[in-house]
Design a protein around this ligand. Structure first.
Ligand code: KE4
Length: 436
């Protein structure tokens, strides 16, 4: 817990904020409900580091929950944003940059021919679902327990991410009629999907999936899972939606669709695509996307959608993410995984580290984590002890056992060696104290 004086200013700010903002935060996961204690109030960030209001510096593994893949305040992104700002903030009119940005996304993701920009991942998934329902004339949605697709009503059923930390995977306020339209399957379990499709023949508009589970910790798809979803959708006439808000431009230049060589019908993006500015997107083949207003009847709109400042950050970020960047991110991820896994093996500790590219989660459980039930079976008190001990040593991991930690191009083998040395020391202490 943050009990020493090093967090006094954050503690004061957090206490004050709770009288004017629900829970003191503008997004629940920031409140540390998953780990307890006071969240450090970030005052600034640069490269791989964030600095809090008490003058503490942390090697950052949260990265704004994914967007900061090139590092904080990257000079190229900063310059692009500053240049755009001089020409104006927002126009509510089309700009040349939006088409350029759309073409960059199309060039990177094989199944995408058209893109609509929105302002968040939630808007992207909400809009993609409406489009899928219109395109198929069907109403039902299949999602997976523990997957999180933002906070639109249809997705707050057996959700993941912060809903698990505060125990509301089925949020109050979602009408029963809406929740009834969302069918729940088990991640990495094709039979659970087939059973739902057989029970509702011809009625499922879409299956939405995080191709790599990232909201119950990092849960890779087992071999054949994604290919099976593709086959089931084809057989049923349902659309396959890859929610790549977290994996898009994170796990490969073309996201998980490229990494696993799957062609989903629709893909949603967020986080990395905005480079730290509010951008979401949904995308797919022209045959489907043309149905979106004003070219088609499926209505979706947004005052700040395609905002020129945000788009300039997205363009500058994607320009930095060439194949060399992904080789670097993979090497850094492998280095972290190898370092932790070696210590776990030598210590005989009941832990697994699961990773895809530069997103990873240490689970305090011996067996692999294949779904949210496995993730919930991990030793949460031990995770909390580990998290706070590492925070106290200047390493800011994701403050929840149900989240992923992220690496960036600003992390180095040297800084990660320091992280690994601290992590192994802390874990050794935990396991010895608990005589594991
Ligand atoms: P936003 O509306 O938060 O931009 O995106 C929602 C979303 C959709 N799909 C996936 C796969 C996501 O991971 C997210 C958002 N992720 C959470 C954390 N895992 C964002 C952090 C937060 O809620 O503050």
């Amino acid at each position: 817990m943050n009990t020493n004086g090093r967090y006094s200013r954050s503690r004061t700010l957090f206490r004050d904020a709770q009288s004017v903002i629900p829970g003191g935060v503008n997004s629940p996961v920031r409140a540390f409900r998953g780990v307890g204690g006071t969240p450090p109030y970030v005052q600034s960030a640069a490269g791989a580091y964030v600095m809090d209001e008490d003058g503490n510096r942390y090697l950052d593994f949260v990265g704004s929950w994914g967007p900061m893949i090139v590092g904080h305040t990257h000079p190229a992104v900063l310059e692009a944003v500053q240049e755009t700002l001089k020409r104006g903030f927002s126009f509510g009119a089309p700009t040349a940059g939006e088409s350029r940005f759309a073409r960059m996304i199309i060039e990177r993701v094989p199944s995408v021919e058209m893109v609509r920009l929105v302002n968040s991942g939630t808007e992207a998934t909400m809009s993609a679902l409406r489009l899928a329902r219109a395109a198929t004339g069907r109403d039902l949605l299949v999602k997976f327990a523990g997957c999180y697709h933002g906070h639109a009503d249809p997705f707050l059923v057996a959700a993941g991410s912060g809903t698990l930390d505060i125990g509301v995977p089925d949020s109050p306020g979602v009408p029963k009629a809406v929740a009834a339209g969302t069918l729940i399957a088990r991640f990495n379990d094709l039979e659970s999907v087939d059973a739902l499709l057989q029970a509702h023949p011809g009625r499922v508009a879409a299956i939405i999936v995080e191709p790599v589970g990232g909201n119950a910790g990092c849960i890779p798809p087992v071999p054949g899972f994604l290919e099976g979803l593709r086959r089931l959708c084809d057989a049923q006439g349902s659309l396959l939606i890859f929610d790549e808000v977290m994996t898009g431009f994170r796990v490969a230049r073309g996201g998980a669709a490229e990494l696993y060589d799957i062609r989903p019908d629709l893909i949603t993006f967020g986080k990395v695509v905005g480079g730290g500015f509010p951008i979401g997107a949904y995308a797919g083949p022209s045959s489907i996307m043309r149905q979106v207003a004003p070219s088609g009847p499926v209505y979706q709109a947004g005052t700040l959608s395609g905002n020129p400042v945000a788009v300039s950050a997205g363009i500058a970020t994607l320009e930095l993410l060439d194949q060399e960047a992904y080789r670097t991110l993979e090497a850094l991820g492998q280095h972290v995984e190898d370092g932790l896994t070696r210590a776990i093996r030598e210590g005989g500790w009941p832990m697994v580290v699961q990773r895809v590219g530069s997103m990873f989660t240490p689970f305090f459980r011996s067996e692999p984590v294949r779904n949210v039930d496995d993730a919930s079976d991990a030793d949460m008190p031990r995770f909390r002890t580990f998290f706070h001990a590492m925070l106290g040593r200047g390493y800011y991991l994701a403050p929840s056992a149900y989240e992923c930690s992220f690496l960036s191009l600003a992390h180095t083998r040297e800084t990660l060696n320091g992280f690994l040395e601290s992590a192994v020391g802390v874990l050794t202490g935990i396991m010895q104290t608990e005589r594991v």
